[in-house]
Design a protein around this ligand. Structure first.
Ligand code: ATP
Ligand SMILES: Nc1ccn([C@H]2C[C@H](O)[C@@H](COP(=O)(O)O)O2)c(=O)n1
Length: 224
């Protein structure tokens, strides 16, 4: 009999940009009554802060010097996740081109990762949460009872994102996704990788609802 319960479970969801982590994680958390944490939004919020401060983003030492300063607060309701920096709601601003274009190099700075790792572990606390990002099953919560590594063909990822953005150029979106994947997978600290013990789901042929169902089944099996 497993000692894991829904109240204590940590579901670690990792994968490259646009593979479906956020939408799947929110759907799973909603169906199971769990909290939800978007760690990518935290890295984006840190990047927004750096841009606001006029930090030279080509200088890792300058980024490191500022990494301890912003107060980043994440709300964990899967139906209405929130994110603020020093009390300012940045939920919309962090999805803009400026942040998207700068977030991978900022995320590669070890001091940024150390600061956010601490915040992420504080939020995870005793569990009851679905957490998504790039290093959740490998670094943030390596003992998570359920780990999922999601992928999808680059063309499918780009087409989904372009649709979401209301008809952006799919080729340009694909180039941007692949550029971020490259930096996220090759950095020295906590690179994107399939964690030990993860279930690999290639979401290309499945609808969002089907993928949510697959992950819910994994969680239900873990708490049985
Ligand atoms: N299985 C699926 N089938 C079709 N569309 C999907 C599927 N999963 C997610 N999507 C859609 O693909 C888009 C990208 O998904 P989502 O934002 O969840 O990806 P992500 O991995 O969190 O991306 P990022 O890392 O860039 O935040 C969204 O518009 C979402 O609705
Ligand atoms: N655990 C994480 C989560 C995110 N990042 C970085 C790398 C991504 O390109 C960027 C934005 O994430 P997204 O909103 O696309 O999920 O944040 C990371 O390094 N580690």
């Amino acid at each position: 009999m497993s000692s894991t319960t829904l109240a204590t479970i940590v579901v670690a969801m990792d994968g490259p940009s646009g593979s479906g982590k956020s939408s799947t994680s929110r759907g799973v958390a909603d169906r199971l009554g769990l909290r939800y944490l978007d760690t990518g939004a935290m890295f984006r919020a840190m990047t927004w802060f750096m841009l606001e401060q006029g930090v030279d983003l080509t200088d890792p030492a300058a980024i490191a010097e500022q990494a301890g300063k912003p107060d980043i607060v994440s709300g964990t309701d899967p139906l209405a996740p929130t994110i603020t920096v020093d009390g300012t709601d940045v939920a919309e601003a962090i999805r803009g081109e400026a942040v998207t274009g700068a977030v991978s190099p900022v995320s590669a700075v070890p001091e940024v990762r150390a600061r956010l790792l601490q915040l992420q572990r504080d939020i995870i606390g005793a569990g009851g949460i679905v957490v998504e990002g790039r290093d959740i099953g490998s670094v943030v919560a390596p003992d998570a009872p359920v780990k999922v590594y999601m992928t999808a063909d680059p063309a499918a990822r780009a087409a989904r994102r372009a649709l979401e953005e209301g008809g952006s150029d799919a080729a340009a979106v694909e180039a941007s996704l692949l550029a971020r994947d490259k930096i996220d997978s090759s950095r020295a600290t906590a690179p994107l990788t399939m964690p030990d013990g993860a279930h690999h789901i290639d979401t290309t042929p499945y609808s969002l609802d089907e993928v949510i169902g697959q992950v819910v089944a994994l969680v239900e099996a873990a708490v049985r």
